[in-house]
Design a protein around this ligand. Sequence first.
Ligand SMILES: [Zn+2]
Length: 290
Amino acid sequence: MIRITAIFVLLPALLIGAAVVSAQDRTLPSVKRRTDGRTANNPDTDWRKHMAGVCRADSEPVGARVLRDYGSIFAADRSVTPPPVCVFSSEREVSDFQASVKTRTENIGGVNIELQAAAMDALSAAISQAAERGLRISPRGGAIAGKRSFGDTLRLWNSRFIPALNYWVARGRIKKKVADAARKMPVIEQTEQVLAWESEGLFFSTGKDRSILTSVAATGTSQHLSMLALDVAEFGNSSVRRILNDNGWYQTVADDSPHFTYLGWADADLPNRGLRLVARGGFSYWVPEL
Ligand SMILES: [Zn+2]
């Protein structure tokens, strides 16, 4: 009788366990997993609902691009806080969000990097594991490799937007009056205007041959605003990438190879989080399955 009772108690527990641990994970016990039972608190539908709620991809072209290009961040495990909006629209909105989450600052390679605490914990573990193997993991491009302010993203956007706008005005492709109005637009409207011009072949990248979004995030959309991203100097080293991946850090923005995002999950879990792996130029990126 005791044995039968044990089966009735244990069997459902085993079935629940099997449901939350993917088959691939169970065959890879050596992979360091960071899910720690968080799966139960973070069902797949949670982040999809959140993502769809904040980005309204069906009606807003900018929302659709943010989701496609940077949407993986919404799949991060709930030890961290994903962005509460699709596009931050002001410095105040960014600083309020940044002040509302638990963060930790570490000096990495002589640069102070501030990230959400769980993301920094995972990064510190990766740095220690790399050091054991004689490898370094360090920020690329100074302190903005980690946290950015709204003003940082505005400056980066304007470094591409303003010269390209002047370029197309000088060539008579955009009227000066229209360009001047675009300069004064709120960020989302301005990004929509640029995407509309680009759909007519007037590109805003540095070389005027590709979308501005291939070289810079739209103002207020960078994953760095959420303190869940780090640009890594050693991104070209496959052992470094593996160590970062084993600690929940992944490349998630196609073609932005130095850029890593904290997702927390083991890579075997990522397809269950709505992400798919794409190979580009020798790198592998986890992007949203849309
Ligand atoms: Zn980056």
